[in-house]
Design a protein around this ligand. Structure first.
Ligand code: MN
Length: 270
């Protein structure tokens, strides 16, 4: 079991990177309400692809906001990871037991995790020693139906509450865009490989100076590699990818041993 905050209830921090007004965060908070006390603390604007941030050069603020259905929430001018840090460092009245980030509009698969503010929020949580989930819906269009993904998130959250994840690890959850009854179950997966289709758009401002947008289509992916998160979602499965913060390339450590000898002299006192 998770350690319970005072009052005996699990305190779940819900955040996201699409902004506190996103319907995804509201659906998630509603679905998690049955598991304990839920506090929404999310960015006041969209931080999608904002990555992992620690705001150091401006003050952070937290404002009370009322969401579309009347739910009270907290909005911060910081990044998703700042929201998690604020909560963990005592900005909320009660300590947090679990962090759930999402439901993000758009899947976070393969290399997406390195850009994702949703995943960064979960990373911030595990750095602070809290269990966390990042939850994303494989739908990029406005008007997405978040309820099924939020329901999946609640079930995963309930399961990881019973079965603690190892220290420093979290789950990246991606949900296909369909009703629960149309999903093909859950698969434990590894990260796949994204195929980004970024294009550089170069324009000129009114003073003739060039400026740039990085644009392009929604990223594609190799859906044929069985066992990856990309394969799972493409085949209607919910993907659960366990992630950890240790990015060491263990497999190549032995083959890099000669580097020690090559650089030995240059880096040692005579
Ligand atoms: Mn997003």
């Amino acid at each position: 079991m998770l350690p319970r905050s005072e009052g005996g209830q699990v305190h779940i921090l819900v955040t996201n990177d699409d902004g506190v007004r996103s319907m995804g965060v509201l659906a998630l908070a509603r679905a998690l309400a049955g598991l304990g006390k839920v506090t929404i603390l999310a960015p006041e604007h969209n931080w999608s692809a904002g990555g992992h941030n620690k705001t150091m050069h401006k003050p952070l603020r937290i404002d009370r906001v009322t969401l579309a259905d009347g739910t009270e929430a907290l909005a911060s001018n910081g990044a998703p990871s700042d929201c998690v840090a604020l909560a963990m460092l005592g900005a909320l009245d009660e300590p947090v037991d679990l962090v759930v980030a999402g439901v993000n509009q758009g899947a976070n698969l393969g290399e997406d995790i390195t850009y994702s503010g949703t995943v960064a929020a979960a990373m911030e949580a595990v750095i602070g020693g809290l269990p966390a989930l990042a939850v994303s819906l494989d739908c990029y269009e406005p008007g997405a139906e978040f309820a099924p993904a939020a329901e999946v998130a609640a079930r995963v959250a309930a399961a990881v509450t019973r079965m603690r994840l190892p220290e420093g690890t979290f789950l990246n959850v991606n949900v296909p865009n369909r009703p629960l009854s149309m999903m093909n179950g859950v698969r434990l997966t590894r990260l796949g490989r994204r195929l980004y289709r970024d294009v550089l758009v170069r324009r000129r401002d009114p003073r003739g100076r060039p400026y740039y947008w990085i644009g392009g289509d929604v990223p594609a992916a190799d859906e044929a590699v069985e066992g990856t998160d990309i394969w799972a979602v493409a085949h209607g499965h919910v993907s659960l990818t366990p992630l950890h913060m240790d990015m060491t390339a263990y497999a190549i450590l032995p083959s890099l041993q000669p580097l020690e000898a090559i650089l030995e002299e240059a880096t040692k006192a005579p």
